[in-house]
Write a protein that binds this ligand. Structure first.
Ligand code: T3D
Length: 263
């Protein structure tokens, strides 16, 4: 499949998806959503892909929904935003969460609206020092979507989440790291090298184990303590039968570097 609004490549065991509408800071149109969905289908079907890197071209990561697709007039019919969320945004967020591999987001510039929350939904978020995160929804009379109302209080606590959502002020990358919104802020010129290095490292790690870590940390938000202990037991039982567990133990005992197959 050839893509126009994203770039898609695979190497070193990981896939890279780059949002590619730089003139509008990679704002989402239906066509860009459709291409991203197609790329995720390719990734899900390819067992050689063991991590995903998401980033953007140009000076922005993503400015959320393309508002030029939402031309509104007093006498015209209002757009059905629920349809857009149900058809495009929610499936994207659910697929990123369910992907059985780590998803790294390299936030190369401003991330606003749904663009911010898509980035924050990834497993590891690196951001260029010049990047900023903006919950821009309140400026349009909307609520944070793409998981924002669920994610923000869990990441930074209720007080900060309320301030971000109600005021819509930019949070610079270094502050985002300090308050626990993202994993790490890095120098702009180092961003892609760091992100690719991280993905290559994750792609040679025990993929099934990492997928299970992702799954269990997700379940922990809703499970009680006893259920989570049971889930850890069951998952450990399953992973104890994996090739990668065998290899990890053998490599430790033989004092050599492990070579994980991801199985
Ligand atoms: O509708 C639904 O489906 C429901 C779902 C909604 C999800 C959402 O994401 S709602 C939130 C939508 N996004 C925003 O409200 C953000 C709008 N953008 C901005 O506030 C600013 O552009 C930024 C703070 C992100 C960056 O500011 P700045 O000063 O660095 O850049 P700029 O000059 O504003 O933007 C550069 C260009 O990108 C400019 O185009 P031009 O004038 O050079 O031709 C600007 O119009 C364009 N652009 C930026 N964001 C969007 C956009 N074009 C369309 N849609 C955008 N969201």
């Amino acid at each position: 499949m050839s893509y126009q609004y994203i770039k898609f490549s695979r190497r070193d065991g990981f896939a890279q998806v780059t949002l590619n509408r730089p003139d509008s800071l990679n704002a989402f149109t239906a066509a860009m959503h459709e291409e991203l969905a197609e790329a995720l289908t390719e990734i899900e079907a390819d067992a050689s892909v063991r991590a995903l890197l998401l980033t953007g071209t140009g000076r922005g990561f993503c400015a959320g929904q393309d508002l030029s697709d939402r031309k509104v007039s007093a006498d015209g019919e209002a757009p059905d935003l629920g349809y857009s969320i149900e058809t495009y945004y929610n499936p994207l967020l659910r697929r990123l969460r369910a992907l059985p591999m780590p998803v790294v987001c390299a936030v190369n510039g401003v991330a606003a609206g749904a663009g911010a929350n898509i980035a924050l939904s990834c497993d590891l978020v690196l951001a260029a020092r010049s990047a900023r995160f903006i919950q821009a929804f309140c400026r349009l009379g909307l609520v944070p979507d793409s998981g924002g109302t669920w994610l923000l209080p869990r990441l930074v606590g209720d007080a900060r989440a309320r301030a971000m959502a109600l005021l819509g002020e930019p949070v610079p990358a270094e502050e985002a790291q300090r308050i626990g919104l993202i994993y790490r802020a890095v120098d702009d010129e180092q961003l892609m090298a760091e992100a690719r290095g991280l993905c290559a490292r994750l792609a040679s790690a025990p993929t099934r184990g990492l997928a299970a870590i992702k799954r269990l940390l997700q379940s922990a938000w809703t499970n009680d303590y006893d259920s989570q202990l049971d889930l850890e037991r069951d998952t450990q039982r399953e992973l104890g039968r994996s090739d990668d567990y065998r290899e990890g133990v053998a490599a430790f005992l033989e004092k050599r570097e492990a070579k994980f197959s991801g199985r």
